[in-house]
Design a protein around this ligand. Structure first.
Ligand code: COA
Length: 172
């Protein structure tokens, strides 16, 4: 595959909202989530902020054009994935998996405890996919305050009760 995974640089930031918008078109396959295809992506400023903290990766094609990204940040011993998006036309070709492998490698080499995220429990390319690659659902009483706060913020933004879950991959 010609695509490579590299660290994001500040110049990438302005290209990432369009990738997130394209990625979100996948939610049109699910009636009750199709509104996500229209929802605003993470801002360029937020991307710049996360890129400056050095835990963001980009999948680029042979001409260095971004095809997907993973934005994360460190919280104590955890690396938290805030967003993972692959251009709609490039989905299902393994880029998402490779971006997650980059995050796992980073967590491993920085001796972190786990890689965490929140996602949809029943969307095929969300929790079921993460489960297949070693992530486990964290529910009360194992749910720490940080993840609990993220979930409750997400529900305030309109996700259906019980539709989201927090997951963690323990560094191995
Ligand atoms: C999630 C996402 C980043 C994965 O990237 P990707 O490049 O498509 O990932 P991969 O090709 O590595 O495949 C990931 C898994 O999703 C599954 N998948 C992808 N698209 C799918 C679809 N439309 N229906 C069912 N499963 C699907 C694949 O089968 C694969 O699982 P497998 O390898 O065990 O078979 C990408 O699908 C995307 O951008 N989706 C929209 C945004 C999103 O949901 N982001 C994640 C938020 S937590």
């Amino acid at each position: 595959m010609p695509e490579i995974i590299r660290f994001a640089v500040p110049e990438d930031a302005q290209l990432l909202p369009a990738i997130e918008r394209s990625a979100a078109q996948a939610f049109r396959l699910i009636d009750e989530l199709s509104w996500l295809a229209e929802s605003p992506p993470m801002s360029v400023e937020r991307h710049r902020e996360l890129i400056a903290r050095s835990a963001c990766w980009i999948a680029v094609d042979a001409k260095n054009r971004p095809q997907g990204f993973l934005s994360a940040d460190r919280h104590g011993g955890d690396l938290h994935i805030y967003e993972l998006s692959v251009l709609r036309s490039m989905q299902g070709q393994g880029l998402g998996l490779r971006l997650i492998e980059a995050a796992k490698d980073y967590a491993r080499s920085n001796r972190l405890r786990s890689v965490t995220l929140t996602t949809f429990a029943n969307v095929p390319w969300n929790a079921p996919f993460y489960s297949r690659i070693g992530f486990r659902i964290k529910a009360s009483p194992d749910l720490d305050q940080r993840l609990e706060a993220i979930l409750s913020e997400e529900y305030k933004h309109g996700f259906a009760p019980g539709s989201r879950c927090a997951m963690a991959w323990p560094v191995t």
